[in-house]
Design a protein. Structure first.
Ligand SMILES: C[S@@+](CC[C@H](N)C(=O)[O-])C[C@H]1O[C@@H](n2cnc3c(N)ncnc32)[C@H](O)[C@@H]1O
Length: 435
């Protein structure tokens, strides 16, 4: 390994040389982003800290300008910060709704007054044509009182009538989508999906929330436009397992956070918005509309292929971890019969590592020699059976042609035992992979 590469990685993960507040613990949370221009436009709880991404990129200033790749771009945190730091960047996201959110956020460069006029027309149209929706989906009636529902659907109808694929129209679409949860008086926190039986302390009037959101967008756009910034990121609806949008050897720095193998269902997380948009009618639609495009990290996704688990494990790409993986999957299958839900965790874990091994192969092709990758990851323990995610992902990266890996823990998880399904200590951190 060349000494310059080694120094570069050490500088990055030696947190003792950085301010502890800035470089510890905030990596994996979106909470900081709620006060940051552009990032705060859509609350994406799966996102990581923009401040951390910015500091990481700025700490690279002494090296050659980076070409930054985020193959699991989510709400665009990495690429928006790469743009601020003057780096070229490519982001890939496979969830169609999340990708549309990110694409709209990247339109912050467009003309602010045009956006504001478009949004005013939407609101004017909606308030002059207040019509209750006919047969709204059950999820919507469970989450909103009739008056809010009428206002929300009137905004949507106005948008559908006036939309013209312009930046103003996409930004307005995002403003409309980002008020939905704020306007519901029931439990709609994103991480917990939707809980219609729980009450929320405060909910907003849709028209007022929409106006406030438009004002916030306009303020942030002006702010960002006045800041120095680099080239606009390239952002594609694509699959990290293929990285089709990335030229061979392009990336010098991969900064990302893949789905964790923890049964979080990214499709369900946006069900409320997609139902409002008319993109799905029921929970069942999520499989074809969303899950099918994603890395398999939840049991719902893999339930139909449970009988193929052995075949997944036997895929040659999993050879470096096959022994331990088979053992864990066998234990999970046994545990399944002792639990009421009979979750297909054994299939989920096999499919997850197969997908992630494929991601490493795609990244090897898309990364330059001597590149660096930083994966924000967490381990998991379905049914209380520990899955050493950092170790296995690292081994798969090396098998795909990367040189070495190192895991840097940033926080413990599941250490407060109360109300937990199992007592296995877990951790979150950064997997550094050198190419
Ligand atoms: C942990 S989130 C990343 C969040 C991101 N760092 C941010 O700050 O918004 C993982 C993302 O990977 C996306 N994803 C899952 N499978 C994918 C695939 N095969 N290709 C690209 N993106 C995928 C999910 O939809 C999700 O948005």
């Amino acid at each position: 390994m060349s000494s310059s590469i080694q120094t570069r990685q050490l500088e990055l993960y030696d947190s003792s040389r950085k301010s502890p507040d800035n470089f510890k613990n905030t990596t994996s949370t979106f909470s900081d982003n709620l006060s940051l221009p552009i990032h705060r436009w859509f609350r994406y709880s799966a996102g990581f800290s923009a401040t951390w991404a910015y500091q990481l990129l700025m700490s690279q200033r002494n090296h050659q300008p980076e070409r930054v790749l985020d193959p699991f771009a989510g709400s665009g945190t990495t690429i928006l910060e790469a743009e601020r730091c003057g780096c070229e960047s490519i982001g890939i996201e496979a969830h169609p709704f999340v990708a549309r959110v990110t694409r709209a956020k990247l339109m912050w460069r467009s003309e602010v007054s045009v956006f504001q006029r478009f949004a005013e027309r939407i609101l004017d149209y909606a308030s002059r044509n207040l019509i209750a929706p006919e047969n709204p989906p059950k999820l919507m009636t469970r989450c909103f009182p009739p008056e809010s529902l009428t206002r929300l659907y009137s905004i949507r109808r106005a948008w559908v009538n006036l939309a013209d694929c312009s930046a103003a129209s996409e930004l307005t679409w995002l403003a409309m989508m980002s008020i939905i949860r704020e306007c519901s008086p029931v439990g709609t926190a994103q991480w917990q999906y939707v809980l219609p039986n729980k009450a929320k302390a405060k909910s907003l009037d849709p028209f007022k929330a929409f106006s406030a959101k438009v004002m916030m967008f306009a303020k942030d756009m002006l702010h960002r436009q006045a800041e120095p910034h680099g080239p606009a990121p390239t952002f594609e609806l694509d699959d990290a397992r293929l990285c089709n949008s990335v030229p061979d050897g392009w990336a010098t720095f991969v900064i990302t956070s893949p789905p964790y193998a923890n049964n979080y269902d990214y499709a369900d997380a946006t069900r409320l918005e997609m139902t409002f948009a008319g993109e799905v009618e029921s929970w069942g639609d999520l499989q074809e509309t969303v899950r099918t495009y994603l890395v398999r990290s939840c049991s719902q996704h893999v339930a139909p292929i449970a009988s193929e688990t052995e075949e997944l494990i036997r895929n040659p790409i999993l050879r470096p971890i096959v022994k331990e993986l088979s053992q864990v999957c066998r234990e999970l299958e046994v545990q399944r019969d002792h639990h009421g839900g009979r979750k297909t965790y054994h299939t989920m874990i096999a499919a997850y590592f197969l997908d992630m091994a494929t991601v490493w192969t795609a990244l090897r092709r898309a990364s330059a020699p001597g590149s660096l990758a930083c994966f924000v990851i967490g381990d998991s323990a379905p049914y209380g059976i520990y899955v050493p995610v950092d170790q296995w992902l690292g081994n798969l990266a090396v098998a795909a042609g990367f040189k070495s890996f190192h895991f840097e823990k940033t926080r413990d998880r599941n250490v407060k035992w109360k109300n937990r399904k199992h007592r296995v200590p877990l951790k979150e951190g950064r997997l550094w992979v050198q190419g």
